[in-house]
Design a protein. Structure first.
Length: 388
């Protein structure tokens, strides 16, 4: 089947076979928490957020066209992967299977989620302005996405979009359900005033004592049959291990957790003319990254050798109020790509990536010989022979 993309579909990339341009991506078995680690994984881990204590590293203050001081921040995602085992680790002590993860400023909570597999529920908590624990959301686990059965894998994502926006996503289920609507200001000033545009919607603010960008660590804990085995972090995309030469499945996994918000009409079109028949509408405002960063496939197995829209890392400056063309994102990379794993070719961003704007303006990646060194002759032979 031809891999045709509708106009807005694009791509993304990283420096590991299971993530692209993440700051950290490691197996927890390589970071033993106890003297005698459990081979199934960790049930408790504290991750110190890189550069969290450096003022201005993750945030920035700038003057907008109306000379108003504004604070902005680099978006970032935390990916926690794990599995459910046959037997609990604390047999006879606490057989309930729960998953808890939260952002902390030192030892003080900012925002956490508590998932209880046995009860089929989830709860989100903050430390409020009066230093009291407060439950702000709760709901039921979507059993069509999560069964908590032995042998099943799970993923928990926390996306930080700005100072008081943080989305928990458990196995492609958003763990929140309320939005706020407001008038958004355009990046245009008329007679000294910013122009107002139509109403937009965003998740509710997390009204905790501290901003999510005051966080110094991410702590996660499991009980019963749940075990964590991997962590990835950064302004990036990541997906489960063991998905080499499965580009279409990676594409679907990332899309299901993305900010796409397809209508019924668009979904029908996607299913009729593309290879993306397993797409879902997406999570919309509760999603992780924008849809434009979903990987691009050459065939069902293999990734395109050039990915034109890959999630930016912190090295690309923030917009600082400049208008953004969603079809020409300047805060993104295009990169030469390993066709089997989807990672940046040779894990070398310096030699294999440039900004999306440079690429579209005819840079190295946009030329007639773009990324020819990333073409895998064995993969091309397999595709040509029709045996892939």
């Amino acid at each position: 089947m031809m891999f045709i993309l509708i106009a807005t579909l694009s791509i993304f990339l990283t420096c590991s076979a299971h993530s692209r341009l993440c700051i950290d991506d490691f197996d927890l078995k390589d970071r033993p928490y106890w003297d005698h680690p459990d081979p199934r994984g960790h049930q408790i881990y504290d991750y110190e957020i890189p550069h969290a204590k450096e003022p201005g590293y993750w945030t920035k203050v700038y003057k907008d066209p109306a000379l108003t001081l504004r604070r902005v921040a680099w978006a970032r995602s935390f990916y926690m992967f794990g599995t459910f085992s046959e037997e609990p680790s604390n047999k006879g002590y606490d057989d309930d299977t729960t998953i808890t993860a939260g952002l902390y400023n030192g030892d003080e909570l900012i925002y956490k989620t508590v998932i209880n597999c046995d009860e089929g529920t989830w709860e989100n908590w903050i430390l409020n302005k009066t230093s009291q624990l407060e439950q702000i959301y709760h709901g039921e686990i979507d059993t069509s996405l999560t069964s908590c059965k032995a042998g099943e894998n799970f993923d928990l994502i926390l996306k930080n979009d700005n100072f008081f926006l943080a989305n928990w996503i458990f196995n492609a289920q958003p763990l929140q359900h309320t939005v706020r609507r407001f008038e958004k200001e355009k990046n245009k000033v008329i007679n000294g005033k910013r122009r107002i545009v139509s109403t937009v919607k965003r998740p509710l603010h997390i009204k905790s004592k501290y901003s999510v960008y005051n966080a110094t660590k991410l702590s996660f804990e499991a009980t019963g049959r749940a075990f964590f085995n991997r962590l990835a972090f950064g302004p990036c995309n990541a997906w489960p291990k063991g998905m080499e030469s499965q580009c279409q499945k990676v594409r679907e996994w990332v899309q299901h957790r993305s900010k796409s918000n397809f209508t019924e009409t668009t979904m029908k079109l996607i299913k009729e003319i593309t290879a993306d028949g397993n797409f879902t509408p997406g999570l919309g405002t509760f999603g992780n990254n924008m849809f434009i960063f979903v990987p691009k496939c050459l065939t069902e197995k293999y990734f395109s050798f050039i990915q034109p829209t890959i999630h930016s890392d912190r090295d690309i400056p923030l917009h600082e109020g400049k208008r953004v063309d969603i079809n020409k994102p300047d805060r993104a990379y295009c990169c030469c790509t390993d066709m089997r794993t989807g990672r940046v070719f040779n894990d070398d961003r310096e030699k294999n990536c440039e900004t999306n704007k440079e690429c579209q303006d005819g840079g190295t990646m946009g030329g007639s010989n773009a990324c020819v060194h990333a073409l895998d002759s064995k993969v091309l032979a397999e595709i040509t022979a029709g045996t892939e």
